[in-house]
Design a protein. Structure first.
Length: 247
């Protein structure tokens, strides 16, 4: 069985990394290239970059930024935000990304997931799901949908998604712990890896998430001190979480 993955997440708006609570009250916390490189050097298993304003601003993802990030990283990374067609995803992969993440565009047109999987391979397709109380929201969490997270995750797997990135809007940025019930429900509904996101406040929270999901996203507890990642990995090992040896 693959070892659990620890994945720092960088939400990017206007070319800078930002962080908020419940998807709002965003504040700037750094440069995505420099932060990404710091996490890579500190032993992150992978990284996720999400251009959180691309959909709301109706533009494509920042391909130039992706190219600069790729020059500095020694680990795989996923990029999402503004991917509306296979051509958008191909541009990101050519720029150096290893995987693409889709969210709102897939909800608008679920066939996109199938098209991406058929063209790029399921291993390169991540579907991001933002949910509150089990209900899926779209447009960076600003608009409700009629879908339930469990059902949507199952459909995305059927359409070819290789991973599900599940974010609890209720827990996002709170540092009070992941939504374990939601994460468990989704993980039990699919056979592809589920990445838990939203709410990490310490090693105990991450360890709990990794009991029900295959990977955990971390953001708020790291961005102000990227060196914290190495200590977090050590704390997780002390809690009995098996992690790969950092390079």
């Amino acid at each position: 069985m693959p070892l659990p993955r620890l994945i720092p997440c960088l939400d990017v708006a206007r070319g800078r990394v930002v962080k908020g609570v419940h998807f709002s009250a965003l504040r700037e916390v750094g440069d995505p290239v420099e932060l990404g490189a710091a996490y890579s050097d500190a032993g992150a298993d992978e990284l996720v970059f999400l251009d959180i304003s691309a959909t709301l601003e109706q533009r494509g993802t920042l391909v130039e930024l992706v190219a600069r990030v790729a020059e500095r990283l020694a680990i795989p990374f996923t990029v999402g935000g503004g991917v509306r067609a296979v051509a958008d995803a191909e541009r990101l992969l050519r720029a150096g990304a290893d995987k693409v993440s889709v969210n709102s565009a897939a909800l608008d047109r679920p066939e996109l997931v199938t098209e991406l999987a058929e063209r790029l391979g399921s291993q390169a397709v991540v579907v991001a799901i933002d949910a509150t109380e089990g209900a899926v929201r779209t447009r960076a969490g600003t608009a409700p949908t009629s879908r339930r997270a469990v059902d949507w995750a199952h459909e995305c797997e059927r359409r070819g998604a290789g991973e599900i990135l599940l974010t609890s809007i209720d827990a996002d940025g709170t540092r009070a712990g992941y939504d374990l019930e939601l994460t468990r429900d989704v993980a039990e509904a699919v056979s592809v890896p589920v990445i838990a996101s939203g709410g990490a406040g310490g090693a105990d929270h991450v360890a709990a998430a990794l009991e029900v999901a295959q990977a955990a996203l971390v953001a708020s507890i790291l961005h102000e001190n990227p060196a914290r990642l190495a200590r977090l990995r050590a704390e997780l090992r002390e809690l009995g979480v098996p992690l790969r040896d950092a390079a």
